[in-house]
Design a binder for this molecule. Structure first.
Ligand SMILES: NC(=O)c1ccc[n+]([C@@H]2O[C@H](COP(=O)([O-])OP(=O)(O)OC[C@H]3O[C@@H](n4cnc5c(N)ncnc54)[C@H](OP(=O)(O)O)[C@@H]3O)[C@@H](O)[C@H]2O)c1
Length: 317
């Protein structure tokens, strides 16, 4: 099969298309003929081996996993001996981030715990846009407890991969949503359902006077004091984004219970919850750009610029 491989940490140009062996699914895995993938910030972090401390798990000198790629959608080609609930031909979507990656390939083996039936109303490209970003938004929003209707929720970074889902998910819970983005994206974030918008190029949301019950910081560029300043007494913040190691440490060391760093882990249960919201018309993936498989390095390079308007997808089939 064709796959993008890399042998050394570096920029997207390090990726090269190669002919490699098709994976063989374990007893608890399904083999997916990948028809679409989406790119996530994790892909370029892992590709570059950044931040450096991540190499302790990714491989100290060279990457342990040579095929990257977390989010996939496609058709099941074969199932492992112990798999129930899936059969060859099923249309599915999945995330491989906690399971050795491998999505930037024509075939990928995925444990059934991170696989769900694809929402019928979505194309394969749209479905591939969902797992990592939407589950991160979902788990970030509920980290401190389920959202309640009428709560004031602030989404920092409302037009990114994670933020574009977070705005829709918070609205679907009945919250009143304020989203932070730049001037050119204000209309987009309104179209996703934001009740109020804040243009970060003209307004510092932490000093604009309004207070929130919950802040989801999908960018990770705000200090702990700034986040606390924008919360009502008893309000909570969840930080899923990452800009600098210094900020990450500050949230972990100084955030306390109310300001938490959240690391998402995709599960089938959460994918199924998202499928239900998608089929109910409450959530819809937003695609910024589509790339062909051969253009994968360009897709990752575009995402790395940090200006993507929601999701960037790659057609593999
Ligand atoms: N914790 C986890 O489990 C987890 C999971 C997934 C992702 N992440 C992390 O979360 C972060 C975001 O991921 P993503 O997929 O959403 O990234 P992304 O799609 O690359 O985010 C791009 C978006 O960020 C917005 N943005 C950039 N600077 C901003 C600022 N100062 N204020 C508000 N918005 C700003 C951009 O809007 P403008 O063009 O308008 O600036 C753009 O729409 C990354 O650091 C990623 O590593 C963490």
């Amino acid at each position: 099969m064709k796959a993008f491989v890399y042998e050394r940490y570096g920029p997207p140009e390090r990726l090269r298309m190669a002919e490699v062996d098709q994976p063989v699914p374990d007893a608890g895995q399904v083999l997916v003929r990948v028809l679409a993938a989406s790119v996530n910030a994790a892909d370029w972090h892992v590709l570059r081996g950044r931040p450096l401390f991540s190499r302790a798990t990714l491989g100290l000198l060279r990457p342990k996993h040579q095929i990257l790629g977390g989010d996939i959608a496609g058709r099941i080609a074969a199932v492992g001996g112990e798999v129930t609930g899936f059969k060859a031909g099923d249309e599915v979507y999945a995330n491989l981030l906690d399971h050795g990656y491998g999505g930037f390939a024509e075939y990928a083996a995925a444990p059934v715990g991170v696989v769900s039936m694809k929402p019928a109303s979505l194309s394969f490209e749209e479905a591939a846009a969902v797992p990592m970003a939407a589950v991160t938004a979902l788990q970030g929003l509920r980290h401190h407890g389920e959202l309640r209707p009428g709560q004031q929720v602030l989404i920092n970074g409302g037009t990114g991969g994670v933020g574009s889902f977070a705005v829709q998910l918070a609205k679907a819970s009945g919250a009143e949503v304020t989203a932070v983005t730049s001037t050119g994206n204000l209309e987009l974030v309104r179209s996703l359902g934001a009740d109020q918008v804040v243009d970060y190029t003209t307004t510092d949301v932490a000093r604009a006077g309004r207070r929130y019950d919950l802040i989801l910081d999908t960018v990770g560029n705000r200090s702990v004091p700034d986040l606390k300043r924008a919360l009502v007494p008893g309000g909570k913040a969840a930080v899923t984004g990452f800009t600098r190691v210094r900020r990450l440490l500050a949230v972990s060391l100084r955030g306390g219970k109310d300001v938490a760093q959240v690391q998402a882990h995709v599960t089938r249960e959460d994918l199924e919850q998202l499928s239900a919201l998608i089929e109910a018309g409450k959530v819809r993936p937003q695609i910024d750009r589509r790339y062909r498989f051969a253009e994968l390095p360009a897709a990752i390079a575009y995402l790395e610029q940090g200006r993507a308007r929601a999701k960037v997808v790659v057609e593999v089939g």
